[in-house]
Design a protein around this ligand. Sequence first.
Ligand SMILES: [Mg+2]
Length: 258
Amino acid sequence: MSEGGGGGRKPAPAALTDAPSRPRRYTCGAVDRLALFDIDCTLIDTHGAGGRAIMRAMTETYGRWGPLEDYSYHGRTDPQIVRDLVLKAGVSEEEVEAGLDDCLDLYVRLLRGEVRDGSVEVLPGVRELLAALDADRRVMVGLLTGNLIGGAGVKLGPTGLVGFFNVGAYGSDSSHRPDLVEVAVRRAGELVGRRFAGKEVAVIGDTPADVTCGAALGAKAIAVATGIHDRDELAAHGPDYLFDDLSDWRGVYAAILA
Ligand SMILES: [Mg+2]
């Protein structure tokens, strides 16, 4: 990946990569936008790898889970998925909590096997959008995802996208997605020395949970209909902007800066 913007490579969260990185020099006052991206069905499609790995991990840890019925993984954090599906099988809350860390560790190990080179698809416009944002010193780019930080690293590892992200909030920080916005805003603020507020913060994602999670902080919601939710479903939750996908990356870029 080439150096962008003359400012040096932004540091990725340590657990996402072992690659050496040179911290970008942020100047208070220069950076006034924080763009927070969901991972699954927003940046990439893992073609079911996450679902397969989490089902195997629940089976090996608890022996039972589900029924899946109409349960959707989309928009949920990894710990929330395990809790929901194992409780559904009648496992007690105490048992669920006792096995949770082991189950999630196993999930990340199994995910590594499920995500083979070439099986992770980067969605249209993503590389162009991230490269443009990377070169723009007004914008800090981060992840806001229900993935555990380890799982995020496994999924993004083969894509070459990891170096674009300077900050992140993960399912390992909280199982409750709305909490993650505050986590990301706080971490970004610590890097820059200012607090991002209101519409300076953009949350970009493919589910109603992405659209609504930043509401308490007045964040800008940019919905993208690349997951299971179509435009009408996403529109019903009142995003500030709505796109079919990120192939109109110039439009999304302008929405982040607006
Ligand atoms: Mg998603």
